[in-house]
Every structure is written in structure tokens, then in C-alpha cells.
Design a protein. Structure first.
Length: 136
């Protein structure tokens, strides 16, 4: 596990003799696909939410908290396809959400968002037969 830290989080790790690497701004927008985490200390929940919304991929976020009000604000404020409270982001999975086998993941805000099963990848075609009806 590698922690890429801002100065505030690096100071905490240094006090305990724990290893870290200095983070770059690019680290906070990266999806590492490895055991790497970019760590930044912020001064408030609102700043955390704003930072996540600016830097995140929009896939999944999580808060670890015993404060239900803070957790609800975090979940409502983060613009991601799934926002967890005291749970692993690894649950952001089509099978876990009851969608069947996961076929894809989308962070777009149109059509399907988050994990997608077969139903989310399908489009509809409406066939309407009338006898001259109009809409008034």
C-alpha cells in the first residue's frame, strides 16, 4: 500500500514513522488501479465534498462516520453514482445491487449511471397503433 500525501497528512504519518510519498495535484484525479491512495486533509465536510466533486471520477465515494447528519450531508452532496456510509466502495457492483451480471459501469448523468446490467444497456422502441386519436 502506498499513501500519496499532502503536507498535513504527511506530517501525521511522519510522527508515527510511517512511509508515504508526496502527492501531486494529478494524484487526486488519478484512478490508480493499484494499492495506492491519494490523501488530503481538509478543514470541513463542505470542503471535502467540494474537493471530491472537483477531483473524483464520479464512480463511488465513502464516508466513515458515527455522525448520521454528517453522513447524510456527505451522501447528498457527493455527485457520484454511488455514495456509501461506513461501507466499502467495492460494493458498487451490478451483482451487489441486484442487477445481475455487471456488463459495464457509467459515470455519465444521462441514461444509466453506476453499475449496469443488461436492462440498463437496452433502449426502447414504442409501437403505437391508433384509430385517429389526437392529443388536445
Amino acid at each position: 500500500m502506498q499513501l500519496r500525501c499532502d503536507p498535513a497528512s504527511a506530517a501525521i504519518l511522519q510522527k508515527h514513522g510511517l512511509p508515504y510519498v508526496a502527492a501531486t495535484e494529478a494524484d487526486y484525479k488519478a484512478e490508480f488501479l493499484d494499492y495506492i491512495m491519494a490523501v488530503r486533509v481538509v478543514d470541513s465536510l463542505e470542503t471535502a465534498i467540494a474537493t471530491i466533486n472537483r477531483d473524483s471520477s464520479g464512480h463511488s465515494e465513502s464516508i466513515v462516520s458515527t455522525d448520521p447528519e454528517a453522513a447524510r450531508r456527505f451522501q447528498a452532496g457527493c455527485d457520484s453514482s454511488a455514495v456509501f456510509w461506513n461501507a466499502s466502495t467495492r460494493f458498487n457492483d451490478g451483482f451487489e445491487f441486484g442487477l445481475g451480471a455487471e456488463i459495464g459501469i457509467s459515470t455519465d448523468r444521462l441514461h444509466a449511471r453506476g453499475p449496469m446490467g443488461l436492462r440498463e444497456l437496452c433502449s426502447y422502441k414504442w409501437l403505437v397503433t391508433g384509430t385517429g386519436q389526437i392529443r388536445g
